[in-house]
Design a protein around this ligand. Structure first.
Ligand SMILES: CC(C)(COP(=O)(O)OP(=O)(O)OC[C@H]1O[C@@H](n2cnc3c(N)ncnc32)[C@H](O)[C@@H]1OP(=O)(O)O)[C@@H](O)C(=O)NCCC(=O)NCCS
Ligand SMILES: CC(=O)OP(=O)(O)O
Length: 324
């Protein structure tokens, strides 16, 4: 993974990609933003009250010279953002609503991305996923051909690299959603040099159990294969059948996934979110993400349990998505 970040930094050199950090009051976020600015890799735009952010910087011994600090309360181009927000929300927000909502750092920051004053946004160190992603879903929206945004983690331990999806957004995906999550995750994996071999996970392998839950995954496999016949993908698999060759031989002989999957599509958000945290906390995997896929512009969420290093890395990935 260190190679990935070195390659990303090379790719970003001289590109002046600006990333918004709406959580200027959080010491992990402020420290990562200052580091990125001082390394001149991305241009950080930090959101927060000037007094509070300066106070935190003094406490942490940080200089704010390498970042831009925007306070929604005093932002000079608020009228432009208000007009653009009302236009984007078409009938769902009045001007009065817009003025109020744009005082919220995540909405304000997302609008900066929407009106091209910044290339991407990283938030979620101090906000729930719902509060972080809702502005993006409403304002940035999904790109053409994608019906739902989803969130993946790149799980890294030494040389091992896997993609876990969806661990962040869709609570109860239907079979069409699961197929789309699989296809989008395969594209995301390629960005990280992972040649996709996708396993659609369940508590059943190739019909060993039957229920509406397993049928949903079986249908998803068929939809994904019809949409992307060249993608190496199969299921439904229990995790052992997807990951352990000797178990795959017994439970799923003849599958093109031979216990060698590297992208794991979980059947629900419950499974995906619990699964990634177990691998992270018990399995000592580094969990990079969640990386949101399918949006028009890059907006990424952090876990509230993130470190400064996690903020730094997700910001690099976000900037990398902006120059795709
Ligand atoms: C993502 C989430 C916040 C969206 O829920 P919500 O705010 O109730 O969504 P709504 O149904 O009100 O929709 C709000 C907007 O987002 C859009 N939207 C909702 N889910 C979406 C998705 N997966 N992809 C794209 N757009 C989506 C809706 O179309 C709607 O757009 P509109 O206002 O322009 O019509 C919700 O599904 C959620 O809480 N997911 C779990 C997040 C979480 O806690 N994860 C675990 C930790 S990472
Ligand atoms: C991704 C995730 O689970 O985020 P949080 O830990 O903030 O809920």
């Amino acid at each position: 993974m260190s190679d990935l970040f070195a390659a990303l930094k090379d790719k970003l050199a001289g590109k002046s990609i600006s990333i918004v950090f709406p959580e200027g009051n959080d010491e992990r976020v402020l420290s990562a933003a200052v580091r990125l600015g001082e390394e001149k890799i991305v241009k950080p735009i930090v959101i927060g009250s000037e007094t509070e952010v300066k106070g935190l910087a003094d406490q942490l011994g940080l200089s704010l010279e390498a970042i831009d600090l925007y306070d929604p309360a005093t932002y000079g181009e608020m009228d432009e953002l208000v007009t653009a927000f009302v236009e984007r929300r078409k009938g769902k927000a009045t001007e009065e609503d817009a003025r109020k909502i744009l005082q919220t750092p995540n909405y304000f920051g997302t609008m900066l991305v929407h009106v091209n004053k910044a290339h991407g946004l990283v938030s979620g160190a101090a906000h729930s996923t719902a509060d972080t992603v809702r502005p993006a879903l409403q304002i940035i929206k999904t790109k053409e051909g994608v019906s739902k945004t989803s969130g993946v983690f790149i799980m890294v331990r030494g040389d091992e690299k896997y993609v876990f999806a969806d661990c962040a957004i869709n609570i109860a995906p239907d079979s069409k959603d699961l197929a789309e999550i699989a296809i989008e995750s395969a594209a995301t994996a390629q960005m990280f040099g992972i040649e996709p071999r996708v396993a659609m996970l369940s508590f059943s392998t190739k019909g060993s159990a039957k229920s509406s839950e397993t049928e949903r995954v079986v249908e998803a496999v068929q939809i994904a294969k019809d949409r992307e016949p060249n993608l190496t993908l199969d299921g439904e698999f229990q995790f052992d059948a997807a990951f352990v060759p000797s178990v795959a031989e017994k439970k799923a002989p003849g599958s093109e996934i031979k216990g060698d999957a590297n992208i794991f599509v979980f059947p629900s958000l419950e499974a995906g979110n619990i699964g990634y945290k177990i691998a992270q906390r018990l399995g000592n995997f580094e969990a990079v993400g969640p990386i949101l896929q399918g949006l028009n512009k890059p907006v990424n969420d952090l876990s509230r349990g993130c470190s400064t290093e996690d903020v730094y890395k997700l910001a690099l990935i976000t900037a990398g998505q902006a120059v795709q």
